[in-house]
Write a protein that binds this ligand. Structure first.
Ligand SMILES: O=P(O)(O)OC[C@H]1O[C@H](O)[C@H](O)[C@@H](O)[C@@H]1O
Length: 528
């Protein structure tokens, strides 16, 4: 295609939303009209399915749940008056609580005000708050936000060491929809111990965001924690950023959450329009479908050209991959669906992996996220007539063009600036695009059965560890791995047992290993 034809294609496919100042350009995806026409019936169905979902259909059939994250930003759409009231009241509670924390009306026993917030959660209970904090927190927020999002002891130590002098003014938010995620529980128990070690009464610093009657909810209530906020059954973890999960941490950092919700509401309205060319989420889903042949054959590389959007790709990784990465479709057929997502930020990536994108294996499509406003205030000139922002903009254009010239497709999402309104809109855009794509490829985008298998396997390793330690203690003498396996009643589990004892030995716990590590089968193990 020559420059004039490309320019025409750009104009033909450009989507612009006036209220949001938002542009979507899918002109550099090489689909043709026949492809669009062939997908039209699937889109008609997807528009209908999406409308049903918003009305409260059980869109998550195997978990028997409604999917209602859209109602959070437009409570009038909630299917019952009760749900609407619940949404409105929760938002009011978040704002009232935040205001009291900021004013010092709610304060720690030994300080005038809370200075820091420590958020403990994982997956959907961490990624949204992390993304939004990086994107929107003011330079000097009223409370500084920290995260524990893993069961890595060294990671936990790092956060607690950094906070040790301010623990007495740190508010701890434990976030878990299920209230039973082990990593989150571990983080909470470790933090609780740190408070106890400093003679601080943990419940006076602790908040829970969790599902009603979950074990976390019960714990928080029985120990009389400072507050609990609900996480509704009809909000999935990966679509929970605009529920209390994301709104409370954001509000505490001084981020304007009402405006975030407004931006999402505006994008929801735009993505509700049952017409492909007038609907940016449908256009995104079309582009994804084209790129990967409706089978995720190409990876989605997300490149925001703005430092504050660095964590967007990590946030999208869960939203897209956990929603779409499914073994079976809704008819029970094995389909192994999904789209892999990765990314970092431009132009930084240009000095890292863009070499491969331009010349190497062509197994991806790029999504450029462009932000029109460079910065607040004027820019210096780094060359006559040229600013740093001009460079950033030029590098984006140049990379887009260079990729296209090498038959690498790209989408460009353009927002006017990074602010609560536009971040809310971006979140809503991708939530809806994932929903559409899920309907197009006929998968349940709202469950995650595959995650459970890994959790069960981890639990069985911990059970085995208990048996191993018991066998060693009872024996009183060094044992071979095989002997341990037999005594532990797990003769076919020698490799997992080897890994368990090696880990215990490395941490000077319970066991010592004797022999040559290069020949694991010859090792003997004794109880310490
Ligand atoms: O919020 P929680 O119940 O603790 O869940 C945290 C995460 O756990 C699992 O891994 C799920 O697959 C995720 O979707 C979820 O976001």
């Amino acid at each position: 295609m020559d420059a004039a034809a490309l320019w025409q294609r750009y104009q033909d496919w450009l989507y612009y939303h006036e209220g949001l100042g938002f542009y979507l350009d899918i002109s550099r995806m090489r689909f043709d009209d026949a492809f669009v026409a062939a997908l039209q019936p699937k889109f008609e169905r997807a528009f209908r399915d999406m409308a049903e979902l918003e009305k409260g259909a059980l869109a998550n059939p195997d978990e028997n749940r409604m999917v209602g994250h859209y109602w959070l930003r437009d409570p009038d759409l909630a299917p019952t008056a009760e749900l609407k009231q619940d949404i409105v009241e929760t938002l009011g509670q978040i704002e009232a609580f935040t205001q009291k924390v900021h004013s010092g009306a709610i304060r720690p026993p030994q300080a005038e005000k809370f200075t820091d917030v420590l958020s403990i959660g994982i997956g959907g209970s961490a990624l949204g708050p992390q993304f939004v904090a990086a994107a929107l927190a003011p330079d000097f927020p009223p409370l500084n936000l920290h995260f524990i999002d893993n069961t890595d002891p060294a990671g936990i130590d790092r956060v607690l060491t950094q906070l040790q002098d301010r623990l007495s003014s740190t508010l701890v938010i434990t976030i878990s929809k299920s209230g039973g995620t082990p990593e989150t529980r571990n983080g909470m128990l470790e933090v609780q111990k740190a408070y106890n070690d400093q003679g601080l009464n943990f419940p006076q610093y602790a908040i829970a965001i969790t599902g009603q009657d979950s074990s976390l909810d019960k714990l928080a209530k029985s120990e009389e924690w400072l507050a609990t906020f609900p996480m509704h059954d009809w909000v999935g973890g990966r679509t929970s950023e605009l529920s209390s999960v994301g709104l409370l941490p954001a509000a505490l950092q001084g981020i304007d959450i009402r405006t975030m919700l407004e931006g999402a509401k505006e994008m929801d309205a735009a993505t509700r329009i049952p017409n492909l060319k007038s609907n940016p989420a449908a256009l995104l889903a079309l582009a994804w479908y084209y790129a990967g042949n409706g089978r995720g054959e190409k990876d989605m590389v997300v490149l925001p050209y703005k430092d504050s959007l660095l964590l967007f790709s990590r946030y999208l990784q869960q939203l897209v991959m956990e929603s779409l990465g499914k073994e079976k479709d809704l008819n029970g057929q094995v389909v192994h669906q999904g789209i892999a997502v990765y990314g970092n930020k431009g132009s930084t990536d240009q000095h890292a992996y863009v070499q491969q994108l331009r010349e190497g294996v062509a197994n991806f499509f790029v999504t450029f996220i462009e932000v029109l406003r460079d910065r607040q205030g004027p820019s210096v000139e780094v060359e006559p007539g040229v600013t740093s922002g001009d460079y950033l903009s030029g590098l984006l254009q140049g990379t887009r063009r260079a990729l296209y010239e090498n038959q690498r497709d790209s989408i460009t999402v353009t927002i006017p600036q990074v602010d609560p309104y536009n971040v809310g809109a971006l979140i809503a855009l991708y939530e809806r695009a994932v929903g559409f794509y899920g309907f197009l490829v006929n998968v349940n985008a709202y469950h995650q059965p595959g995650v459970e298998a890994g959790k069960k396997a981890a639990a069985s390793v911990l059970d085995l560890q208990k048996q191993v330690v018991k066998a060693l203690q009872q024996s009183g003498q060094p044992l071979s791995l095989q002997a341990i396996a037999e005594k532990a009643g797990a003769p076919d589990q020698i490799e997992p047992i080897y890994k368990i004892v090696r880990h215990l030995a490395a941490n000077q716990r319970t066991v010592t290993l004797h022999g040559n590590p290069a020949q694991p089968n010859q090792l003997t193990v004794s109880a310490l």
